[in-house]
Design a protein around this ligand. Structure first.
Ligand SMILES: [Zn+2]
Length: 314
């Protein structure tokens, strides 16, 4: 890794908090849009960590985790290495309360991106061209979708020993093996020889104080146990999940859960009920296997086939 870090053709000074704005486009109104990138760099060379929030513009917990990290001094006084922080990558999605950019494309399915491609590809290109070459390790922060709650968890590929180790250090309640998805940041980072893990916590458009706390604690653990920071956070036990599957609604109606994310369940256990709103019928939702609930659906009204509980097991 070149050290010190060079961004926008400038060498980043040591022991200073630098904020760089990368122009990414304009709104139809003519307003220019920039992505802010914070850089913290110690004199002593060491691993360079890239932390990205808000790749999906409505995933507010990720943005709040990074904001609190920045304002609480989580990344200052580094002992070695550097941290590059993107507090809000998808400014367009954020403005529109949307996961995607205005044309409906998903930035995390547009990597490595291109300078003259769709808007999502241009946002991805900024990361691939400017930021990824400077980083050793990427932590990409996300939440579940609308009404889909994710219990705090790290997603990693078990094909990478370093990713597995980092997932364990981060110390979210679950570490979940997920193969690399084509055109995702994780895949692009891996193609460039970098290590990337994804944090998931809570659901979109909604604060989840527990997930925000877990995300901050995880970042603190990674910074401390890689020797970047002296702010201590102890390691802890993590449940390693290698397989996942959704329990789906076998009937439509009003969904009331008896178990929620984080719970350990046995095969045959009652997970919830779906009620016919006219009071004629009730359907039990039964766990098809033993495992942990790593995510659940908060929707009150469900259709047949809807994903209700995300079960994980090792
Ligand atoms: Zn996301």
């Amino acid at each position: 890794m070149p050290y010190p870090i060079t961004l926008k053709k400038k060498s980043i000074p040591f022991d200073e908090h630098v904020i760089l704005d990368f122009p990414i486009g304009r709104l139809p109104s003519g307003t220019s849009i920039e992505v802010a990138v914070h850089v913290f760099q110690a004199k002593e060379p060491g691993p360079v960590l890239l932390v990205i929030a808000g790749m999906h513009g409505d995933e507010i917990n990720s943005i709040e985790i990074v904001r609190r990290g920045l304002t609480s001094g989580l990344f200052t006084d580094l002992q070695r290495g550097a941290v590059i922080v993107v507090p809000l990558l998808n400014v367009f999605g954020f403005i529109n309360f949307s996961r995607d950019v205005p044309d409906g494309k998903d930035v995390n399915r547009s990597f490595p991106g291109s300078a003259k491609g769709s808007l999502a590809a241009r946002v991805a290109h900024l990361v691939t061209k400017e930021l990824l070459p400077m980083a050793d390790v990427v932590i990409d922060l996300h939440t579940g979708g609308s009404s889909r709650y994710n219990y705090p968890q790290i997603r990693y590929s078990m094909r990478s020993d370093v990713a597995r180790e980092l997932a364990g250090i981060f110390g979210a309640s679950f570490m979940v093996h997920k193969p690399l998805i084509a055109k995702s940041l994780r895949k692009s980072a891996s193609d460039l020889g970098k290590v990337a893990i994804v944090f998931e916590g809570g659901e979109s458009e909604r604060y989840d104080p527990f997930s925000i706390h877990e995300g901050l604690a995880g970042l603190r653990r990674v910074l401390f146990h890689t020797g970047l920071s002296t702010q201590e956070e102890k390691l802890r036990e993590v449940v390693n999940i290698q397989h996942t599957s959704w329990v789906r609604a076998q009937a439509a109606g009003l969904f009331l859960w008896a178990h929620a994310s984080g719970d350990k369940v046995e095969k045959g256990q009652l997970l919830g009920n779906i009620h016919d709103p006219q009071g004629r019928a009730e359907f039990k939702v039964i766990s098809p296997r033993a495992g942990h609930i790593i995510g659940h659906n908060n929707a009150a009204v469900v259709s047949i086939g809807d994903a209700l509980f995300h079960l994980g097991w090792s």
